[in-house]
Design a protein. Structure first.
Length: 100
């Protein structure tokens, strides 16, 4: 079982693993539907065969990165809505792919 404590920052707990503190994300993501977006991202990774801990780590990181990109495009975290995360998820994937 993996536990995600969503916030700024987000923590991920998994038995016999170190506690992970996510470096991405911002306070603007504390908006209705943001957790639903995160759940969808993680569920997509689970459906692709990732273990729960891996899906949580990758999902939380990409979710936060999409929020950071949305903040940089909007120039503020105020007024962010869940669809802003969805709109910037492709850029988050691209940034992650470029970094590996």
């Amino acid at each position: 079982m993996t536990l995600i404590l969503k916030g700024a920052p987000t923590f991920i707990f998994h038995p016999n693993q170190p506690i992970y503190v996510n470096p991405t994300g911002n306070c603007g993501m504390a908006t209705a539907g943001s957790g639903d977006v995160l759940t969808g991202i993680i569920a997509s990774f689970l459906s692709q065969g990732l273990e729960s801990h891996q899906a949580a780590l990758l999902g939380v990181f990409l979710h936060g990165l999409a929020g950071d990109i949305a903040k940089s495009k909007r120039l503020t975290e105020r007024g962010m809505i869940a669809s802003d995360l969805i709109d910037h998820l492709n850029l988050a994937y691209h940034a992650l792919e470029q970094s590996v």
